[in-house]
Design a protein around this ligand. Sequence first.
Ligand SMILES: [Zn+2]
Length: 127
Amino acid sequence: MNDLKKPQYASVEYPFPLEEEPVVFCPVCGTPTFDFEDGGNMVINPCQCLAFVFLGRPPEFIYQSKGFKLRTSEKDLKGLTAKEMKSFIESLGYDNKFLTLEVTYGDYEDDPDWYTDIYGFDYGTYC
Ligand SMILES: [Zn+2]
């Protein structure tokens, strides 16, 4: 596949330590992927572009859009790791209107610790 037709992949590493988990905003429509409830709990706030949110530890999808679920219905998502995500997304048939954003940050909550969360944005759903 021509590289220009491949889904895009970007990595961001926040300076250490980060006091609070970063809130990622959709690069297309600007919607924050998470909202804060009264009391401070973070709740998913998906816009139409958000295809998935994958937390690195434990490795799991905490959000999947209908379109993403359709594309992955034949795939085995159990055991998928952050390191495998780029090739996994490329295997789903998305073109360059898809951006995978890998966000790495760390804190001192237990010991110095790093986390990688991954967000998928499907620009093809935006109109
Ligand atoms: Zn959006």
